[in-house]
Write a protein that binds this ligand. Structure first.
Ligand SMILES: C[S@@+](CC[C@H](N)C(=O)[O-])C[C@H]1O[C@@H](n2cnc3c(N)ncnc32)[C@H](O)[C@@H]1O
Length: 265
């Protein structure tokens, strides 16, 4: 585990990754563990490793392939953000793959960020704890690539569309990944969700069905006509994962919040 150095930057807190060994040594008396810290540790170190080939690794492979297909070149420099990265390996993989890029991992929960599996300091990686539902999020910023993975079900239904519109406004390319309602998809998805809720205390319950997901995307498309959306899905033991790749063909100025007809989105 690593801990954080808190830096006040503008109006949000930023963590800088610092050396694992020295950090633990310096902060071992200061760290207050999550109540379910050990459960998450068991999940990350054992359960997830056993089953990753059947689910999370499959999803990450698809994301990496999509990024390649979208034309991203690891040698070049981009601004990439995962808006709710949790402690998923994807962020670290991106930071390592796009070593010349600025890679930002955001998550409301800083303890999740501190659990990101990294062996050494990655100088191109920045961690932030911004609330993606706050009006300021993605208002004055632009990204080459935005990733939003398994997050919509943690947001109120009203926040889901609002977030998608903000992401499309701020990102040239946006990849959305969301599990289709696991409570009703299959027996195995139900069991996995039960495990997440009861063992890991995951509280996201605003799941979407495939048609709801498509409706959300259509609404984004209706409001932002210069956007192209590609849909796909991937079946895993944890359930059916819905993918959307959104390409924004209009170049935005950071403060541009107006749609085609000049209305606020
Ligand atoms: C199911 S986890 C997904 C984590 C990671 N993207 C993955 O696929 O493994 C959802 C994450 O969204 C974060 N989250 C929920 N609401 C948020 C908000 N309003 N702002 C930022 N992050 C949020 C949670 O802290 C959690 O880490």
């Amino acid at each position: 585990m690593v801990t954080e150095e808190i830096i006040q930057e503008e109006d949000y807190i930023e963590f800088q990754i610092i050396d694992e060994k020295s950090t633990l040594e310096q902060n071992k008396y200061k760290i207050k563990r999550e109540p379910y810290y050990y459960r998450h540790l068991i999940h990350k170190k054992i359960i997830s490793k056993i089953f990753q080939q059947l689910s999370s690794k499959k999803i990450r492979t698809v994301i990496h392939n999509l990024i390649k297909k979208l034309g991203f070149n690891p040698e070049k420099s981009y601004k990439i953000i995962d808006v709710s990265c949790g402690y998923d390996d994807l962020l670290i993989e991106l930071a390592k793959r796009f070593i010349n890029s600025k890679v930002i991992g955001n998550d409301l929960c800083w303890k999740q960020l501190l659990s990101l599996p990294r062996k050494k300091k990655l100088s191109n990686l920045t961690l932030t704890t911004r609330n993606i539902l706050s009006p300021e999020f993605c208002q004055k910023e632009n990204y080459d690539l935005i990733i939003c993975k398994n997050t919509l079900h943690h947001l109120p239904k009203s926040g889901q569309l609002c977030l998608l519109k903000k992401l499309v406004r701020a990102g040239k390319k946006v990849i959305i990944v969301e599990i289709e309602n696991p409570l009703e998809y299959s027996f195995s998805s139900f069991i996995w969700n039960f495990y997440y809720r009861k063992f890991l205390k995951d509280d996201g319950l605003n799941f979407v069905y495939q048609d709801e997901f498509n409706t959300l995307l259509k609404k984004v498309n209706d409001k932002i006509p210069f956007v192209k959306i590609i849909n796909a899905s991937l079946k895993t033991i944890k359930g059916n994962y819905l993918f959307a790749v959104i390409k924004n063909y209009k170049k935005y100025t950071p403060n541009n919040t107006l749609g085609r007809e000049g209305r606020e989105w």
